[in-house]
Write a protein that binds this ligand. Sequence first.
Ligand code: BTN
Length: 252
Amino acid sequence: MQNNTFPTLFVGQSIQKLAEIDSTNNYLKLMLSNYGPPANGTVIMADHQTAGRGQQGSKWLAPAKKNLTLSFFLKTDFVLAIDQFNLNKAVSLAVYDCLTHFLTEDCKIKWPNDIYVGNKKIAGILIENRVRGKRLKDSIIGIGLNVNQNDFYNVNHATSMFEVMNNEMNREKVLEVLCVALEERYLQLKGCKNFDKEYLINLFRFNIPSLFKCNEDLFEGKIIDVDDTGRLVIESGGTKRSFNIKEVSFVL
Ligand code: BTN
């Protein structure tokens, strides 16, 4: 569906809205293999996902018609594969920008790309890249943003815009602001903007003594950096330790 109402050049100019699908990321993947790449910035969104996927093989569960569950197709052939964490920074900052536009409470980016309000997750991101040679080719940017969900059943540490603002939000408006924010960050990425500082400033528990878990060991430390490959750098007991995504978790 063509959408000429959003003030963007390409992100969200083509939107396909589905009532129900397993996963919008899967749907886009299938589109790519069956029909080839759609227009840059194409959005696939679903009112309900029956098998939404999260990071590291987890599930992403969201009630129908309450939240935003969507995937963006972006051409990312200007990003070197070794620099792909820059794309992660750009997308995290875009979701952060979007939420900051609406919320009166502070948001933070929880490494590597969750968005938190206080100690609760409000949005998650699943980026799936295709690589060609030394560069990315294109990327599926899956975003789950909790907009109007008001019951989290027994899920701890989850919240929504509704819960934070005590007010029902307009999902279409949130989508528009998200498209604008993503386009802006994408163009900055293309223009080789360095996101390091902004990413660190807005990082959950940056420079704050916190408890972490590595394998079964608990240790105290503080985040002092995220290196170019996206590893989390924690200072603990006078030494610097760097961790990949599966190697460390926060104890909240
Ligand atoms: C995470 O925090 O674990 C990432 C969650 C990503 C969820 C979104 S919802 C839209 C898109 N389709 C999926 O199957 N997953 C992403």
